[in-house]
Design a protein around this ligand. Structure first.
Ligand code: ISJ
Length: 376
């Protein structure tokens, strides 16, 4: 019978030897980094790494072990690169950044643009972030809002980026890549529809309820308890509230945001009518100037990856090895490049942190078209 204790003793001896050799290897890699610091040669040498994987893989006795050797050495070389990036950083070799650090994001005397109409959730997000008295106007589409920023007609745009029930707002992810604007803030708004009617109206007066079809659907359980009401679809929730406010008919109600109810001078007859009571939308605040506040703590980046096995895994290792906490990852197809993707990653940190600089340096040299969308 085989002796487990004895086998483990043998493994322990081999592992200690691997650690000793790993450290010996790392020492040489540090010297390589020194050479690169002096010569300006880039840390990442893809063809050297590919050659190594091929030669080392060929030394293995089986297909299974060949894959194992390749995986192992991918990791070893990735750790070696990360150490080299660290040394570059420690030697004061900074990458140029087009972002400027400022004390805080200015919300005074600014003009804000949002998509939608008064009383929409984007209007609520704008008021919550910038305050009641902010100078603002609205446009018809999210792209229009980006154009307003581009041409300097507004300082900030407010765009929905993600809903807790419906997921990401894909168009706005795509707009982030089309424009060179940056995210300078975010605002989460609970999207809690309310039943709203003219002052003086009570639940027993209501005969017809107006709202956007999606909002009617989201309040299905509440509406099912009032089968006597006619449901009429309207272009959007704020427009429904506007209609009710203008028609002076106590039998009409709208399902809208509480912002719309307030804006159009309506009373709230029922709250918490949305089946999913936690439903929230995250809005981003977008600006043209590439700035970040000194206490900003979240960074959004995106990058493209070649259609190669392990490329996502390798790119994420830059966050892991630098101790950065990733909070979100999304992918969007790249136009005209079937089955290739741009990845959007949010992680915690400030652009002035060494760990962040290090991760970005590594990513920049190893992925395609890295964009820093903002630190907020
Ligand atoms: C050590 C080097 O730097 C990087 C790390 C490598 C490794 O650990 O073997 C190989 C190539 C480079 O991407 C080097 O250039 O030789």
């Amino acid at each position: 019978m085989l002796d487990l204790g004895k086998m483990r003793d043998e493994i322990d001896v081999i592992d200690s030897e691997i650690v000793r050799l790993f450290e010996k290897r790392m020492k040489i890699c540090e010297n390589v980094a020194q050479f690169k610091i002096e010569t300006g040669k880039p840390v990442f040498d893809k063809s050297r790494e590919q050659d190594k994987l091929k030669t080392l893989g060929a030394k293995a006795g089986s297909d299974f072990n060949r894959c194992g050797v390749e995986e192992l050495f991918q990791q070893i070389m990735s750790i070696s690169r990360k150490r080299q990036y660290q040394l570059l950083q420690e030697n004061g070799i900074e990458e140029p950044s087009d972002f400027t650090k400022i004390d805080f994001i200015n919300k005074e005397n600014v003009t804000v643009v949002y998509q939608g109409v008064e009383g929409a959730y984007s209007y609520g997000a704008m008021k919550t972030f910038f305050g009641e008295d902010v100078k603002n106007y609205h446009v018809a589409t999210w792209k229009d809002a980006m154009e307003e920023i581009k041409f300097g007609r507004a300082d900030y745009a407010v765009l929905p980026i993600e809903n807790s029930t419906a997921g990401i707002v894909q168009d706005n992810y795509d707009l982030l890549t089309k424009y060179d604007h940056v995210i300078v803030g975010e605002q989460i708004i609970r999207c809690q529809h309310v039943l709203t009617a003219l002052p003086g109206a009570t639940l027993s007066d209501i005969r017809t309820v107006y709202s956007h079809p999606q909002a009617l659907m989201q309040c299905r359980e509440f509406l099912d308890a009032h089968k006597e009401w006619h449901q009429k679809e309207w272009s959007n929730t704020a427009a429904a509230a506007k209609k009710v406010s203008e028609e002076h008919d106590l039998s009409q109600a709208a399902i809208s945001s509480s912002y719309a109810a307030e804006y159009f001078g309506l009373n709230i007859l029922s709250e918490n009518i949305f089946t999913n009571s936690d439903n929230s939308t995250r809005f981003i605040i977008v600006a043209k100037k590439k700035v970040y506040a000194k206490d900003a703590h979240k960074i959004s980046v995106s990058y493209e990856l070649p259609h190669e096995s392990g490329s996502l895994y390798n790119s994420l290792s830059h966050f892991i090895y630098n101790g950065l906490n990733m909070t979100k990852i999304e992918s969007r197809p790249i136009l005209k490049r079937n089955w290739e993707y741009r990845f959007f990653v949010d992680f915690e940190g400030n652009l002035s942190d060494s760990a962040v600089k290090n991760a970005l340096r590594g990513l920049r040299s190893e992925v395609q078209n890295l964009r820093v969308h903002g630190n907020y």
